[in-house]
Design a protein around this ligand. Sequence first.
Ligand SMILES: Nc1ncnc2c1ncn2[C@@H]1O[C@H](COP(=O)(O)OP(=O)(O)O)[C@@H](O)[C@H]1O
Ligand SMILES: [Mg+2]
Length: 440
Amino acid sequence: MNPVSGLSLTASGTIPQELLDLPWHLPLIKWPADVLAALPRGISRHIVRFAYLGGSVIAIKETSERAARHEYRMLRQLGRLGAPCVKPVAEVTGRTDPDGEPLSPALVTRHLRFSLPYRAVFNQMMRKDTLQRLIDAQALLMVELHLLGFYWGDVSLSNTLFRRDAGNFKAYLVDAETGELHPKLSAGQREYDLEIAQINIAGELMDLMEGGFVDEDVDALATSSQFIDSYRGLWQELTGDTAFNPDQQWLMEERIRRLNELGFDVEEYDIRSARDEGHLLLRPKVVDPGHHQRRLMALTGLDVQENQARRLLGAIDAYRAATDPHGDEAVAAHMWTQHVFQPLIGKIPRDLRNKLEPAEIMHQLLDYRWQLSEREGRDVPLEEALSPFIDEELRGYRDEAVLMVNPPTDVMKQMELGVSPSATGEDDSAHDEDSSAWYS
Ligand SMILES: Nc1ncnc2c1ncn2[C@@H]1O[C@H](COP(=O)(O)OP(=O)(O)O)[C@@H](O)[C@H]1O
Ligand SMILES: [Mg+2]
C-alpha cells in the first residue's frame, strides 16, 4: 500500500490515502509549493511545514525517531486527558530518498484552526494590556498542564499557540517534545518549569522589543515575573486550602463560586479538620477547566472556548430577560441560538467567514453594538449593528481560520521577495532556513 518501500506511518485512526501520497521521499525543505500551505509559524529548532490534507491543514515536523515517537505519544495522552494542545495525526518513519538514503522521521499534527503563533499576535504594535492577557493565557495553560501532571520542560511563547477568546486569549501547547507525564508533579518539578518559563518568556519579549513590536514602556523582566505571579495566584486558588468554621458553609460555597468564575468546575474536594481551634479546611481535589464551555454546550450544542462561552451565556441571559424573564433557561438558549446567533452568523458574507470564529464574531459584534448604542444614545438592535460592524471591523481582520491560505497579493509579494528576518522580527539564530514562510 505504501508508495515508498520501508515507509511506516503510525496513527491512531485510519490513515487517509492523501497522507500516504505526500512526497515523503523528499526532505521537507524540498516539498513542492502546491502541497504546502503558506501559514505563519513560530520559531523552531526543527524544520516545520504546513501541508494540505484533503480539506484540512496539517503541520509536519522533521525530527529524530525517538523525539517523534515521544511527542506523538505525549500529545495523544494529553489529548485523552482533555489538555489544550494540538492533535497528533501520525508519526512517520522509514523515509528514504530515491537513492535509498535515509530521511528524518516526521511528526504530523493537525493545524490548530484560528490559532496564532505569538509573533502573529504581535503583528501590529502590542499594547501593554494585550500583552498582559497573552501572558495570563500562557500562565493558565501551564496551570492546566501541571494539574494534569504534565511537566513541560520547555515552556515558551514559541511553543504555544494562541486563539482569540472573547477579548482574552486561550493558549494551546504545540511542542511537547521535552514533556513528561507524571501521576502528580512535585513542587520541585513545577518550580523548575516556572524557572524555564521565566527565562524563555523574558528572552522572547526582549526580541520583540528590539523589533519594535511592543509598547516601549513594557519591561520584559517584570512581565515574565508577572507570568509567575499569575501562575502562582491561579495555582493557589485552584489547589490551596480555605479555612472555615463548621457554621460558615457559605465560605465553602464562595470558594466554589470563585473557581467557577475562573472557569473551573470542582469535581471533588477534600474537607479535613485543621489542627487548631476546630477549623475545617477545604481543598479542591479535582478541578476541571471549561465550566462555562460545558454549560453553553449543554444549553445550545455550541462548542466554543471558555471566555466566548461566558460571553454568549451573558447574551442568552440578556435575551431571556428581554423576551421571557420567567421562562425556562434551556428554552431561551435554544431560541437565542435559532433566532439570534445562527441568523446573524448566516449573514456574514462568505468571503469573510475565515476572518474569525463564529463565537468570536458574535463577541465582537456584541461589543460593537454596545459602543454604537453608547455613541448614539439608544439601544441599537444587533441586526442594525451587523452591517456597519462588517464594514468597519470585520473586513479589517486578516483571515485567521488557517491564516493566509489564500494570501493577499501584498503578502505574496513579500513572500516572493523573501522578507528579511529583521523586517518581520524573525530571530536569525533560530534554525529555520526559509524565513519567507514567516510573515505577519
Ligand atoms: N499543529 C500545529 N498547528 C499550528 N501551528 C503549528 C503546529 N505544529 C507546529 N506549528 C508551528 O510550528 C512552530 C514550530 O513547532 P515546534 O513543535 O515548536 O517545533 P520545534 O520542536 O522545532 O521547536 C510552532 O511554534 C507553531 O507556530
Ligand atoms: Mg518548539
